[in-house]
Design a protein around this ligand. Sequence first.
Ligand code: NDP
Length: 240
Amino acid sequence: MSRVALVTGGSRGIGAAIAVALKEAGYTVAANYAGNDEAAAKFTEETGIKTYKWSVADYDACVEGIAKVEADLGPVEILVNNAGITRDGMFHKMTREQWQEVIDTNLSGVFNMTHPLWNGMRDRKFGRIINISSINGQKGQMGQANYSAAKAGDLGFTKALAQEGAFKGITVNAICPGYIATEMVMAVPEKVREAIISQIPVGRLGEASEIARCVVFLASDDAGFVTGSTISANGGQYFT
Ligand code: NDP
């Protein structure tokens, strides 16, 4: 039987590419999403991947949602914490709501999803946790104090948990994408996009499928010796 993978925010953008790549690699895949029913229905129709709606910012909803996925598909062995939002603003104008929403989704969401799955992975002595952080969690980004803090927090979480999971067969890794050609980035004015691209040494935006291939590697049985690591997939824009 194939292993079960759960991708949060898996109905659109990078998460959708990850869900499809995992399915193509032979996993049984479930994709979670927050509220865009239309996009989720279209995704399921096109890919055959079942979608499940709940907010990763809500711990109880995560427990309930995971229980539904496991009842349908079996124990989740691979968790991809991909769901994320931005609420950008310069710090002098940033509201407490902008701060809290991003922390709740991008940082607490990773706890809320990982915590209910952790003991099952420990008991089965196998697990793969893959956290989608960001280049802006590594280097910081003006106008994104909330987002940079949350994404940097995800990296600390990854390194701490990797140490706890190692002797139980659970690996915990992070991927930090640079600018990826998702709807969000393609929607910015062409001039701004050109300015972004001029800062990327490879001379182009990344593709969601390129992040997905990193996930497929980290999810594999072959990657059992890779834990606590961060893959920077950013076209050479930033080195750690
Ligand atoms: P998109 O905005 O295209 O998609 C976000 C996905 O996350 C959607 O499926 C959305 O669901 C879901 N989502 C949002 N909030 C929640 C929530 N509270 N609970 C459950 N699901 C939620 O994002 P991207 O594909 O651009 O980004 C994916 C990840 O990659 C994010 O963590 C982002 O921070 C990170 N990243 C992206 C980069 C980029 O260039 N795009 C660069 C670096 C990192 P719904 O459709 O229902 O809204």
